[in-house]
Ligand binder design. Structure first.
Ligand code: DX5
Ligand code: ZN
Length: 216
């Protein structure tokens, strides 16, 4: 699934149209507040514009402090999935429940340095776990292999505990890393620069999906 982070925001509607025509199954929106991560991107206003311009599900990745305070804005505008960071939330259970209550998918994310033990108590209460494979904040960074161990462990825990949450990975996904991530058990693969900087969105999405399918 493509991340819009590096797209041409001066031509947002055109970018969305191109990504959908290229086969994007969903759009990943990176909301950054300049506090939880160094960069500041956009908030509900731009997410709503994307929602109106797109026909595929939108997934909002909240890299912000205290997301519980603003999660309703994203639910109101029709986000299909909201990801919050375990490091940024006090009452994880309550935020996940608030998202699910409104009919959206609730995903939990963790940074490369955050141990899996931080998300383990919440696996029954979320619809997905997004493993960060770069330090969140910027597109175009190199994939950190520590993510692979977390993905494999999550896959194993899910099997052992008979759970059904989805496993995602975000950061540094490219033709050289996608197979390892899919083989480890990642099902939701977020790709920013590998798609947006490719010049040919359709070829990039097809290649990544093909490599992931072969490896899974
Ligand atoms: C990073 C964001 C990612 C980013 C991925 O903080 O959460 O979604 O857009 O970009 P690439 O694929 O270039 O690492
Ligand atoms: Zn993201």
């Amino acid at each position: 699934m493509p991340s819009l982070l590096l797209c041409d925001f001066g031509n947002l509607a055109r970018e969305i149209e191109r990504l959908e025509a290229a086969g994007a199954r969903a759009l990943h929106l990176d909301v950054m507040d300049g506090r939880f991560v160094p960069q500041l991107t956009y908030g509900p206003v731009v997410c709503e514009a994307v929602r109106r311009a797109s026909t595929v599900p939108i997934e909002v990745h909240l890299m912000i402090e205290d997301p519980a305070r603003t999660v309703d804005h994203y639910l109101d505008l029709g986000a299909d999935c909201i990801t919050v960071h375990v490091e940024a939330v006090d009452d994880v259970r309550a935020v996940l429940a608030a998202i699910r209550r409104r009919g959206a998918f609730a995903h939990l994310s963790l940074n490369p340095s955050t141990p899996l033990s931080r998300v383990e108590p919440h696996l029954e209460h979320c619809d997905g776990v997004l493993v960060m494979s770069v330090e969140p904040g910027f597109g175009g960074q190199a994939f950190l292999p520590v993510a692979l161990e977390k993905i494999s462990s999550l896959s194993e825990i899910r099997r052992r505990r008979g759970l059904s949450f989805r496993i995602g990975v975000d950061g540094g996904i490219s033709t050289s890393t996608v197979a390892a991530a899919a083989k480890a058990g990642a099902e939701l693969l977020v790709a920013g620069s590998a798609v947006i900087r490719s010049g040919d969105y359709q070829a990039a999405i097809r290649t990544l999906e093909h490599l992931a399918r072969e490896a899974a």
